[in-house]
Design a protein around this ligand. Structure first.
Ligand code: CDP
Ligand code: MG
Length: 918
């Protein structure tokens, strides 16, 4: 049915009652609103049309029925009162029942404290400690350590800690909190011949800082990692000895430990470091430790933060004592954008900017520029430049020019530290410096510093270079507090910071560079004055500086909460809202209910917020719940290797790079690799497959396809790690991602897409017109496909359903990754299945919004198959064990389902339902 067009002769009716016209009493703006509303309703109507038709032949239906009849299944859907009596006894069941029936408070009263002193060990450790005092390397290091401000307060710290359970320590970055405080405590125990009673755990918000700090402390003790110092992060560990030791770990690792041992019974001192960063995990652990402190009265808790806002933590812990380590930073001279422009005579390249943006910006900047003009301090050119909003964007050329200028004018060798927001900027500035010929390697050491850069390079960054050589470090925020480079004299602060955020109303992620807070800007400035007076260039105007926020918003107030909620559930923290209220800042109720809603839809939580068996597994798996579900399905359907690749990539990061200036070439290579498959997810799989297959030549493979070797390596490690979890839970017979038992169906790309859909559901987008963009969420939110997706350029989609994981707002809503999906996977894996009769047709609806035309008998057979599958799934999830294909009856049902969800030409679209609509 096309849109009905008016015939030439047909006159528009003058009658106001004509359907569709606005009521005659409306005036002016109201008329506009009336039509806007109507247009919206029409769009909704349109989206509510069926997305396709499902036709099954009579023979097919008979075949399915035969399978259903010949396999037995106990009806598991009998009302379950939460006792899980139908689940057979197993290791899983015991643990699961414990998790859902106990609370952390009950558990805490039961855990025994098992650190006991061991005088034999004490003596050994003491001798070792005494011997150290003769060790030249140790003594040299000690000399340096004694110069750190923290050293002055060593005795006071130990004394206050002796008398109190909780101590807050604050101090300028670099004053020696992280490296010295754990050693003060350890050495004190060793000296008093009580070493065996000391086991210090020190958390770091980032993996990279846990490793680098552990290495540094081991060096200071003239030891190797693994003796008294070690680290433990998600994918790597070099644990120290059990007693008389310090272990630097991530917050995530401590939370994992607390799952089985909530009172941390083997730990004597818990140091929570860098808590001022206010990342979700730090806040979470702060609240949790507050809970266990009354039970573990012997556990010493040390909270360490940069100077910012440290009273807040002391208050949170009932006004616990607070020691501030005074810093010894030298004065740092500050310059702002106007000074930089004046100094460098830099001119921005012309660019078109929206008029509205210019107007808004003018209102903001004009008073400031006029003031500058009055004082005559700056040139006319500077004022002209400042008047353009362009000057508030990060400009790599400007930074380059400033670097050249500093290197020419400043005669000393002082290191320069540049703060940028992300990987892309860091690599383009690095490349620009290297390729310019103005920074030859015998005179300049250039270090890009990003959490994804290989760890080996790091030690060099801290070393003082030979005379006549200048270090230039180009870093993210990581160099603000967690990594200290002493000899920095010049800081260039781009003024921005990349923050992840998320809009509760539209359920969209936001990852955008934002203005730094004053606290960040001060912190960055401070990095320049550690060895002598320094200079800091802020690349924003003084006007901008006046309006910066005091502090960055804590992460818990701007992030998705599904993961945190699941963690809280396995930690048996009870009612979520109650727990969230105990946090130092509580997230918005809307964000909490959005997360709870998703977890319920994933069937990870029951209606009354109890963990389900699926939720239990998802909480244990170290990845976002949607990815966890995907790999469990991958295990059941025996297509794990590709699914692990997709899940790891979505959970971590896209390995494709977009090198500056070579975007087109990179995109072409992406298309070559995709080989016509219209799915970013399958492309991730292809990338990892190629990488793993190339073995020794994998670097070449990466180079050819513009892939990040480092990211792929990490993804490969993550796959192995996920596999170990699956193996531990007994879902797979071994922990090799490539084992044939786990990859029986890994060649079946349609199946893999269907499993991706099972995991990512409910992230579905539909196109109103078959194969045309933009696409829409079922609730009418317009989505664009991000240019980096291989579907962005694709002109023809052969289905009108997409699944995606990441929806990010930059200047409008974009989906970053997507796959085209046929209806049957959605019908099988979606929630809220209903058969209904509407407008003279039988239909299947999924979650009310997604409709598919279908005959009554097909609807009922699909429903029966779906129920059977859900039964099987529930059974498998609560009785973990590998699926044995071909042997058990159960796999015959899986076979039928597999055949249906992968048969992509089964559906016939009724073209009439997709007439043009604008
Ligand atoms: O934790 P805080 O910021 O107070 O300081 P820290 O990380 O303990 O650093 C104290 C000093 O140790 C720094 O000033 C650096 O000189 C040195 N350090 C290092 O050389 N290598 C590291 N990986 C960490 C610190
Ligand atoms: Mg530190």
């Amino acid at each position: 049915m096309g849109k009905r067009k008016r015939n030439k002769g047909e006159r528009r009716s003058e009658n106001n009652d004509r359907p569709g016209r606005h009521p005659p009493h409306l005036r002016g703006k109201q008329i506009g609103l009336f039509y806007a509303q109507k247009s919206k309703e029409k769009k909704i109507q349109h989206l509510k049309r069926p997305l396709g038709a499902i036709l099954l032949s009579t023979t097919k239906k008979q075949q399915i029925q035969a399978v259903l009849n010949s396999t037995s299944f106990k009806n598991l859907f009998v009302v379950d009162d939460g006792s899980y009596e139908h689940v057979k006894d197993s290791h899983f069941k015991r643990d699961f029942m414990r998790v859902i029936s106990e609370t952390i408070d009950e558990k805490l009263t039961k855990t025994p404290v098992i650190i006991s002193d061991d005088s034999r060990l004490d003596a050994t450790y003491y001798e070792e400690f005494v011997a150290k005092q003769q060790n030249q390397r140790y003594m040299n290091m000690l000399e340096k350590r004694k110069k750190l401000p923290a050293h002055e307060l060593k005795n006071e710290i130990l004394k206050v800690l002796e008398e109190n359970q909780v101590l807050v320590i604050s101090g300028e970055t670099g004053c020696g909190k992280t490296t010295q405080v754990p050693q003060f405590i350890l050495d004190d125990f060793l000296e008093k011949q009580k070493g065996s009673g000391c086991r210090i755990l020190c958390t770091q918000p980032r993996r990279i800082s846990a490793i680098s700090v552990a290495q540094r402390v081991a060096d200071e003790r003239a030891e190797n990692l693994g003796q008294s110092v070690g680290y433990h992060i998600r994918m790597e560990r070099r644990l120290p000895r059990d007693r008389a030791s310090v272990c630097f770990c991530t917050t995530g690792v401590v939370l994992k430990m607390m799952e089985s041992d909530p009172s941390l019974s083997t730990v004597s001192h818990l140091i929570l470091d860098e808590i001022h960063e206010r990342d979700v995990m730090s806040d979470f652990i702060l609240a949790l430790i507050k809970k266990i402190r009354s039970i573990r009265t012997d556990l010493k808790i040390i909270l360490m933060s940069a100077t910012l806002n440290s009273e807040k933590f002391s208050r949170y812990y009932d006004n616990s004592p607070h020691i501030n380590i005074p810093g010894f930073t030298y004065p740092v001279k500050e310059f702002y954008l106007e000074d930089v422009l004046f100094r460098t005579k830099f001119v921005y390249e012309e660019k078109r900017i929206k008029q509205q943006k210019i107007a808004e910006y003018s209102r903001f900047i004009e008073p400031h520029v006029r003031q500058l003009e009055r004082t005559n301090q700056y040139s006319r050119e500077v004022c002209i430049q400042l008047r353009s909003p362009l000057c508030e964007e990060i400009n790599i050329e400007l930074i380059f020019t400033l670097l050249v200028d500093i290197c020419q004018k400043e005669q000393d060798d002082g290191a320069i530290l540049v703060f940028l927001t992300g990987f892309g900027e860091i690599s383009s500035l690095t490349r620009m410096l290297q390729e310019s010929g103005q920074f030859p390697s015998h005179k300049y050491l250039i270090f890009p510093l990003h959490s994804l850069m290989p760890t080996i390079e790091q030690k060099q960054i801290f070393e003082v270079p030979p005379r006549g050589t200048r270090k230039i470090i180009i870093a993210t925020n990581i160099a603000e507090t967690s990594i200290t480079i002493d000899d920095v004299v010049y800081v260039i602060d781009c003024g921005k910071i990349k923050v992840t955020g998320f809009n509760v109303k539209t359920n969209t992620d936001i990852l955008a560079p934002e203005w730094v807070s004053l606290a960040n800007a001060n912190q960055r400035r401070g990095r320049a004055g550690r060895v002598k007076p320094g200079v800091c260039f802020h690349l924003f105007s003084k006007a901008r500086n006046m309006v910066l926020e005091k502090y960055q918003l804590p992460e818990i107030l701007r992030t998705r909460l599904e993961g945190v909620i699941l963690t809280a559930k396995v930690l048996q923290l009870g009612d979520i809202s109650t727990f969230f209220q105990q946090l130092i800042d509580s997230p918005e109720p809307d964000a909490v209910s959005l997360a709870l809603d998703l977890l319920k839809r994933l069937n990870a939580l029951t209606g009354d917020e109890k963990l389900t068996p699926l939720g239990y597994h998802l909480a244990k798996l170290p990845m976002a719940p949607q990815m966890g579900k995907m790999i469990l399905f991958g295990a059941i359907f025996s297509c794990l290797d590709p699914i692990l690749s997709v899940a790891a990539t979505l959970d971590y990061k896209d390995p494709f790079q977009l090198p500056v200036g070579k975007e087109k070439e990179a995109n072409l290579m992406k298309l070559e690799l995709s080989d016509g498959i219209k799915s970013d997810h399958l492309l991730f799989h292809e990338a990892l497959k190629g990488f793993e297959r190339c073995g020794n030549n994998s670097r070449q493979f990466c180079w050819r396809y513009f892939l990040s070797y480092h990211t792929l390596k990490q993804l490969q490690d993550m796959k192995k790690q996920f596999m170990e979890y699956l193996h531990e839970m007994n879902f797979v017979p071994n922990s090799d991602p490539k084992s044939p038992e786990c990859n029986r169906n890994s060649q079946n790309l349609s199946l893999i897409k269907a499993i991706i859909c099972a995991g990512l559901y409910p992230n579905i987008a539909i196109s109103k017109v078959l194969g045309k963009k933009p696409v829409w969420t079922p609730t009418m939110q317009k989505l664009n496909i991000h240019p980096k997706s291989i579907l962005a350029e694709c002109r023809y989609f052969d289905t009108n359903i997409l699944v995606y994981y990441r929806k990010v707002y930059s200047n409008s809503d974009y989906i970053h990754d997507c796959s085209l999906i046929h209806p049957l996977p959605v019908i099988f894996f979606g929630d809220n299945f209903q058969g209904m009769y509407e407008e003279g047709r039988h239909m299947i609806t999924i979650n009310e919004n997604l409709k598919f035309v279908c005959t009554e008998s097909t609807t009922s057979i699909i429903k029966e198959l779906r129920d059977r599958f859900n039964w099987f799934l529930e059974y498998k999830i609560s009785h973990p064990g590998p699926v044995i294909w071909g042997k058990e009856n159960e796999t015959r049902v899986l076979d039928v389902i597999m055949e249906l969800i992968t048969c992509e030409d089964l559906e016939v679209y009724d073209d009439d339902t997709f007439d043009d609509y604008d």
